[in-house]
Ligand binder design. Structure first.
Ligand code: HEC
Length: 344
């Protein structure tokens, strides 16, 4: 009796291994809508190995980046064969259908999530994040309706959070834009590299720009911090923070004054960021009440400047208001240094 059971078990195991050979795990079927469940079916990785990236995925780093509670990030862009990004409006890129962008997040050196934006049609994008298992061997699409907070305190956002920030992109993507890819700190598929590879429909004459700067030498870093952390996602004419008319996004037109030819960067005081903050009061009554006497920026006093106060805060009134649980000490210090150097 016992023998028989073992024989049946062995037979079942043999059978199972055969059937898994017949239908290999890497046979990915592209879903008609929505994202695949398995990260290895998204096209980023080769050989089921998160350390091997597909040769079609262009690695890049924007010249200014979003603070993600200290996570280390790597970004990749895929454009369908023979396609170009429509850059006829240098400040509002339009991506070809089929474009994919991924962002990997490592916390304390461990890969925890891989996010994906995929353009499915002229008007629709799918987005979501893949959560890696502890061994780092598989990652599955996150369908948890709530954000997942890891023991380290790092939060993996829920699907619904993606568009709260990515609404600020002209066509969803945020860091794949002229300004961020033209700055000196950009790497990989920079604006120069994309232009050289013929991937821009209308490349600007100059493909590198500098952040606006002033005599103190403190403005550029602060404007770059505000651009990536506040302006790209929300505080621009196209972001969810538009109603306050607080504009913290640097437009291509501010860095390329005639829109493309690339003359010197415009004066700090001419940027939308400067004009909508310095000595300007908040438009939200609750904010004005919570921080009495503070302008958006009070020259010479970062502790009386709302943009610093809320970004150097976690809890009520924190900015950005979602996903982040740790203060960006370096970025907020750059902001404080600029504000303190502004003449009273
Ligand atoms: C708090 C705002 C915020 C949230 C929430 C957010 N993102 Fe982003 N994301 C950004 C910003 C800003 C960038 C560009 C700067 C950078 O890469 O550091 C970016 C970049 C990316 C990129 C690289 C391509 C690009 O747009 O520049 C991908 C892919 C991405 N995010 C996916 C996602 C997905 C998927 C979600 C939801 C699970 C999500 N993001 C949630 C703000 C956000």
């Amino acid at each position: 009796m016992r023998r028989l059971t073992i024989a049946v078990l062995v037979a079942t195991m043999v059978d199972l291994s055969c059937s898994s050979k017949a239908a290999p795990a890497d046979a990915c079927v592209e879903p008609e809508t929505g994202l695949p469940t398995d990260v290895f079916c998204t096209g980023l990785y080769a050989n089921h190995d998160p350390t091997q990236h597909s040769a079609d995925a262009l690695a890049y780093t924007p010249g200014v980046v979003l603070w993600s509670d200290g996570a280390e990030k790597h970004r990749y862009l895929y454009l369908p064969p023979s396609s170009t990004i429509d850059t006829s409006n240098l400040d509002a890129w339009k991506f070809p259908v089929g474009t994919k962008a991924w962002k990997e997040f490592r916390v304390d050196g461990v890969l925890v999530e891989t996010r994906l934006f995929w353009k499915r049609s002229e008007t629709a994008w799918d987005s979501g994040t893949y959560v890696w298992d502890a061994a780092g061997t598989t990652a599955t699409l996150n369908t948890d309706p709530k954000g997942i907070v890891l023991p380290s305190g790092y939060e993996i956002p829920k699907q619904k959070d993606c568009d709260k920030c990515h609404h600020g992109g002209s066509d969803r993507l945020l860091g794949v834009e002229a300004v961020a890819l033209a700055l000196p700190a950009a790497e990989g598929a920079t604006l120069t590299a994309l232009a050289q590879r013929g991937l821009l429909s209308k490349p600007p004459a100059t493909t590198t720009v500098a952040l606006p700067e002033e005599a103190s030498g403190k403005a550029g870093a602060a404007l770059g911090y505000l651009h990536a952390n506040c302006g790209m996602p929300c505080h621009s004419s196209r972001g969810l923070g538009d109603e306050t008319k607080l504009v913290l996004r640097l437009r291509a037109g501010e860095l390329w004054p005639d829109g493309s030819s690339g003359a010197a960067a415009s004066a700090v005081s001419m940027t939308d960021t400067f004009k909508s903050t310095v000595n300007q009061d908040p438009t939200t009554a609750a904010v004005a009440q919570a921080f009495p006497g503070a302008h958006r920026i009070t020259p010479g006093a970062h502790d009386k400047s709302l943009v610093w106060l809320v970004s150097h805060l976690r809890g009520n009134y924190q900015m950005p208001p979602l996903v982040s649980h740790r203060i960006d000490d370096v970025g907020t210090q750059q902001l404080a240094d600029w504000i303190d150097a502004l003449p009273k």
